[in-house]
Design a protein around this ligand. Structure first.
Ligand code: PMP
Length: 454
């Protein structure tokens, strides 16, 4: 069943085949944690538009803010009408929720655009060219952002040459770096020194390799004097929801301070209350970045993104060096301000933390019965990595497992996403998800595990 008298095949024929299409469905309507498709099916949404629907689908407060704004002014172009009442309302809210030193805000439309602008700011401010990014990171599909992205070759292949000046350091998560060593590079063998499943992150010690690699990089690959910035996702998103060990982000801050480089936190996926705190890095460090990038969850589905920065970083910019037609549009600002109000008013930071714990407990209990290698993440940014039992009792990740699981879930009306280089499934329910819906999702997942790995 499609729509408008066309079948799904007729619709797909008219869409770019280069965009991955998870299911043959046409969205009809949605509310809260559920989506209905035109074939009459109801789906429990644990993907949230890739972590966008922080307040769930069509939250009444967000809908009415958008409707009201649409009747007043949809678009106040930032060069012509530099601010709107909606933008002021958003600025007032950002002042409450941003780290205290980030008092200057730039608005744009997507995460990738925020990344591009952050690269410009860092290069302009420092007068240096190189940027250090991390292995497995996803920063977007535009050329600069793509050059920083190493979470899957499909995002890059045959699109080169990429802009130069990018150096990629290992992401500090030992399940991956140790297993990669053990497997001679592929990362499909589980090494004996993997941190025990379910152990708190504070006890998951890093081998120290990635810290050393960073020092090595600044000594052997890119001199501090030609390095403009370090960009990191405080909790790695598309790369598989990896959390760095305690102290790592603080060390990055120290390195940046020592060498006059800027520290950029890409919080596009882990930000905006997703992890149970406003910003993902706040679980891991007291240190503040020079630039914080946000998008996705900030406006509950309306395209909206931005950079919050230390004002000093603009000291060498002149008027006109940054901009964009749609950045800071009134409708986007209204949706973002309403989203922040709902997160505050409905206690969604706490709900994200509590439902996240419930989901973690559920996944760990499934791990007693099914071959789950790792459960990780924070709040409602959770992932599980699946293996298959080998004759010697060890678990080995078999390529294709995550995709089989997400498709089995899709057939049962549970929307899930894969992630990362290994067999990882992401759980990103709306921050409004109820305890009953978490149980509903876990029950469907158990059926899928039975089918795929049972
Ligand atoms: N940074 C991160 C951490 C992301 O997860 C994403 C999107 N998955 C982006 C940047 C790019 O955002 P957008 O798709 O809005 O361009």
């Amino acid at each position: 069943v499609g729509a408008g008298g066309w079948s799904f095949a007729q619709i797909a024929q008219r869409l770019s085949p280069a965009v991955f299409k998870f299911q043959e469905v046409v969205a009809d309507r949605a509310s809260g944690s559920y989506v209905w498709t035109t074939d009459g099916r109801k789906h429990l949404d644990f993907a949230s538009g890739i972590g966008v629907l922080s307040t769930g689908h069509c939250h009444p407060h967000v809908v009415s803010a958008i409707q009201q704004q649409a009747g007043e002014i949809i678009m106040a172009q930032q060069n012509i009408l530099p601010a709107s009442k909606a933008m002021v309302a958003l600025l007032q809210r950002l002042e409450r929720i941003m780290p205290s030193s980030l008092t200057s805000h730039f608005f744009c439309n997507s995460g990738a655009e925020a990344v591009e602008n952050a690269m410009k700011i860092a290069r302009n401010y420092t007068g240096r060219q190189n940027i250090i990014a991390f292995d497995g990171a996803y920063h977007g599909r535009t050329y600069g952002a793509m050059a920083l992205t190493t979470s899957k070759t499909v995002y890059r292949q045959n699109f080169g040459p990429y802009p130069s000046g990018v150096n990629v350091a290992p992401y500090p998560y030992c399940l991956h770096c140790k297993t990669r060593q053990a497997a001679g590079g592929l990362g499909y063998e589980v090494a004996p020194n993997v941190p025990p499943l379910g152990k708190p992150y504070a006890e998951r010690q890093c081998c120290g390799g990635p810290q050393e690699a960073l020092d090595w990089m600044l000594k052997m690959h890119t001199a501090p004097s030609e390095t403009a910035a370090i960009i990191i996702e405080p909790i790695l998103g598309e790369g598989g929801f990896l959390t760095p060990p305690p102290g790592f982000l603080t060390k990055l801050r120290e390195l940046c301070d020592k060498h006059g480089m800027l520290l950029i936190f890409d919080e596009v996926q882990c930000g905006v209350a997703r992890t149970g705190r406003w910003w993902g890095h706040q679980h891991l460090t007291e240190a503040q970045p020079d630039l914080l990038l946000f998008a996705k969850g900030i406006a509950s589905g309306v395209p909206f993104a931005g950079i919050s920065a230390r004002p000093e970083v603009y000291s060498k910019m002149s008027h006109g060096m940054m901009g964009g037609t749609y950045g800071g549009s009134a409708i986007g600002c209204a949706a973002a301000a309403a989203t922040i109000d709902v997160i505050e008013g409905e206690g969604l930071l706490q709900n994200a933390a509590e439902r996240g714990q419930q989901l973690t407990r559920g996944l760990l209990s499934l791990a007693e019965r099914y071959p789950i290698i790792d459960v990780r993440g924070r709040g409602l940014m959770l992932a599980a990595e699946f293996g298959q039992k080998q004759p010697d009792g060890s678990l080995r990740a078999e390529p294709g497992t995550a995709s089989k699981l997400t498709h089995a879930a899709g057939r049962r009306g549970l929307l899930l996403l894969g992630a990362g280089a290994r067999e990882t499934v992401r759980f990103l329910p709306p921050l409004t998800v109820s305890s009953g819906q978490v149980e509903e999702g876990l029950a469907v997942l158990e059926d899928c595990l039975q089918e795929v790995l049972g």
